[in-house]
Design a protein around this ligand. Structure first.
Ligand SMILES: [Ca+2]
Ligand SMILES: [Ca+2]
Ligand SMILES: [Ca+2]
Ligand SMILES: [Ca+2]
Length: 137
C-alpha cells in the first residue's frame, strides 16, 4: 500500500475516533444545548436581555403554588442555603421575581469577565456562569 493511502486511511480512522469521542462526551454538551435554547438572537452568546427573560421564565415555571414568590422548596438544588440568603435581602425567606432576576443579573456581571456585556461559552464555564445557568434553565 502506498504511504499516502496508509496516511489517509489513518486520518479517516482518526476522525471516526474523534467523532466517537464527541458522542461519548455528549452529556457535557448539554450546557451548549441550554445556551442554544436561551440564545434567542442566535449570536452564540447570552446577553443580559436573554438572561433576564430566561430568569423570569424559570421563576414562573418554578413557582408552582402561584403565590408569586419562590420558597426554599421551590428553588430546590438551584441555590445553596447561603446563596438563597444572599438573594433574599428583605429576609422574608422567599424570593420575589425581582430578587430572582437581580440575582441572575449579579451572576451575569460576575461571569462576564471581559465586561463586554455578553457571556460566551468560556465565561459560562466559570463558577458564576454555572451558577447562573442553574438558575435560568
Ligand atoms: Ca445571544
Ligand atoms: Ca411559591
Ligand atoms: Ca425576599
Ligand atoms: Ca463576556
Amino acid at each position: 500500500m502506498a504511504l499516502g493511502k496508509i496516511l489517509s486511511a489513518g486520518i479517516i480512522a482518526g476522525s471516526f475516533l474523534l467523532g466517537g469521542a464527541w458522542l461519548v462526551n455528549a452529556p457535557a454538551h448539554a450546557q451548549q444545548a441550554t445556551v442554544k435554547a436561551l440564545d434567542t438572537d442566535n449570536d452564540g452568546t447570552l446577553d443580559l436581555n436573554e438572561v433576564t427573560k430566561a430568569a423570569e421564565a424559570a421563576f414562573d415555571r418554578l413557582q408552582k403554588d402561584q403565590d408569586e414568590t419562590l420558597d426554599r422548596k421551590e428553588v430546590g438544588a438551584r441555590l445553596s442555603a447561603k446563596e438563597f440568603k444572599q438573594a433574599d435581602p428583605d429576609k422574608d425567606k422567599t424570593l420575589s421575581k425581582d430578587e430572582y432576576v437581580a440575582l441572575a443579573t449579579k451572576l451575569f456581571k460576575q461571569a462576564d469577565v471581559d465586561g463586554e456585556g455578553k457571556l460566551e461559552t468560556k465565561e459560562l464555564r466559570t463558577k458564576a456562569g454555572k451558577a447562573l445557568l442553574r438558575l435560568i434553565r
